[in-house]
Design a protein around this ligand. Structure first.
Ligand code: TGC
Ligand code: FAD
Length: 408
């Protein structure tokens, strides 16, 4: 899909030649702004989704289960924190990371979520704040996907305000004694390596790695989710868990450490949701061209075109925003508020695209025969986690006014 005429050369442009063979909405030829490495990373993820994932999604979504065998497979393909270089990480650009997240989320937000939690959160936290010994101990298994990681920040009483966390780690000889609880934690019940954020004796937030089978740790999966059904989401409790002192991440001091990991995950989300939005757009476009009412395809009605044009327009803007963000990340020049703006905007437009696509599909849009209603429900979670839409409004609001509107 692209422009039909090139103004600069005043001759018809063979726009098909500009298209990649695996067609996808690219109205402003963003393809041309990517490197060969970035296209290759995207195409690898797209092939993986088409050949190994798509057939599994509907049954897994209905059953509320993640296809666990994909966790090591995604590791083997280099999908976890691929912007890092050591310990088996793929060492590709930030933009390639974004494109991989886009292809995963084109299939299902739960697939991208797994990569976000394992890579941008668990691996990233240990990579940024762990010692060399901790790197060698935990990173290879997480990067390969043979071991499952999680990132436990949110608590039952503290979601948007993690700074109020109550989970506590008390030093006792060669151990820390961990007490408290966490809620809404991706994969906490099965994770081998749990990065848990807790307040130390000095009152500052620190990061602690809790391994499997530690006495006093208990977890329960959250049932009844209408959204992100393919993801395992758990609540968990720590009752006098004895954690070896060497499991504390030495360089993590203060809430900023945990929040810095969110920056990597939020960047992946800003790209990822474009995949869900494109899938909704393409499904709605194909449906509108084939579905006839009043003797003509519904794509020929002005109101249907208005919805399709809005979707193409907003997806294009989101692509440009995400690309600029990752180019800034690549030169170390992205500020957290810029990441918030991209997460906020792109998740919001993806939700609106899913909503409009569902509308275009009529009754067919409420069944899982089409991906749209699943994306719509999934995006409700994506709008809430990693900072709600309104919290990102306040982060950007504080950045541009200099005034803090969080309350407190
Ligand atoms: P505030 O004073 O703003 O910040 C405390 C300290 O942190 C620093 N900081 C950051 N550093 C790096 N990167 C960032 N993005 C940062 N944001 C803040 C800040 O400079 C400060 O440092 P210092 O040295 O001055 O102490 O803290 P606050 O208590 O006012 O809270 C602000 C707020 C609301 C922005 C923050 O707490 C927030 O982002 N809340 C949203 C919570 C959230 O996003 N939770 C996510 C949990 S993980 C998750 O959802 C995973 S889902 C993954 C998936 O499945 O894909
Ligand atoms: P609350 O903070 O209670 O917010 C409720 C409402 O109040 C929201 O609309 C919010 O915008 C609004 N609000 C709050 N404060 C203000 C304010 N100051 N001004 C105006 N409005 C405000 N967390 C993890 O740590 N690890 C994970 O792996 C993880 N995975 C998740 C997976 C799923 C499927 C979901 C749904 C959540 C996950 N989370 C995870 C938790 C997620 O980060 C939190 O749900 C999120 O930060 C919001 O917290 P809350 O749900 O407690 O909402």
């Amino acid at each position: 899909m692209g422009a039909g005429h090139c103004l600069r050369f005043r001759r018809p442009l063979d726009w098909r030649a500009l298209l990649h063979d695996m067609t996808s909405l690219d109205y402003y030829a963003i393809e041309q702004l990517l490197t060969d490495q970035e296209r290759a990373a995207r195409d690898r993820a797209r092939r993986f989704v088409q050949e190994e994932v798509l057939s599994e999604i509907v049954p897994c979504h209905r059953a509320g289960k993640f296809p666990e065998h994909l966790t090591p497979r995604m590791g083997a393909l280099g999908f976890y924190a691929p912007y890092l270089e050591e310990h088996g990480c793929a060492g590709v650009s930030y933009t390639a990371y974004g494109l991989i997240m886009q292809e995963l989320e084109r299939a299902d937000s739960g697939l991208r979520s797994l990569a976000s939690v394992q890579g941008a959160l668990a691996i990233q936290a240990i990579h940024s704040f762990g010692s060399p010994e901790q790197h060698s101990r935990w990173l290879p298994g997480l990067v390969s996907g043979e071991r499952v990681g999680c990132f436990a920040l949110t608590e039952h009483g503290h979601g948007s305000d993690p700074g109020g966390m109550e989970t506590h780690a008390r030093r006792e000889g060669k151990h820390y004694i961990l007490n408290g609880s966490k809620c809404w934690i991706g994969n906490a019940s099965i994770a081998d390596v749990k990065v848990v954020w807790a307040r130390g004796d000095d009152g500052r937030v620190g990061g602690f790695v809790v391994e499997r089978d530690v006495p006093g740790f208990r977890a329960q999966d959250i049932e009844g989710k209408f959204s992100l059904r393919m993801s395992r989401t758990s609540e968990c409790w720590f009752e006098n868990c004895r954690i070896p002192a060497e499991n504390r991440l030495p360089k993590a001091s203060g809430l900023g450490a945990a929040l810095s990991c969110l920056s990597h995950a939020r960047t992946g989300i800003a790209w990822g949701v474009i995949g869900a939005a494109i899938d909704c757009f393409e499904t709605a476009l194909a449906y509108a061209k084939s579905r006839e009412q009043f003797g003509r395809p519904i794509a020929g009605f002005q109101l249907a075109q208005q919805k399709l044009v809005w979707m193409a327009q907003e997806i294009t803007k989101a692509q440009l925003l995400a690309l600029r963000l990752t180019r800034l990340m690549e030169i170390g020049a992205a500020r957290p508020a810029q990441i918030s703006l991209a997460k906020r905007n792109n998740v919001w437009i993806a939700l609106q695209c899913a909503r409009k696509a569902r509308d275009i599909l009529g009754a067919a849009g409420i069944t899982d025969r089409y991906s749209v209603i699943r994306h719509l429900m999934n995006l409700e979670s994506v709008s809430t986690y990693e900072g709600t839409h309104d919290i990102h409004t306040l982060i950007v609001g504080r950045d541009i006014t200099g005034l803090d509107a969080f309350g407190g």
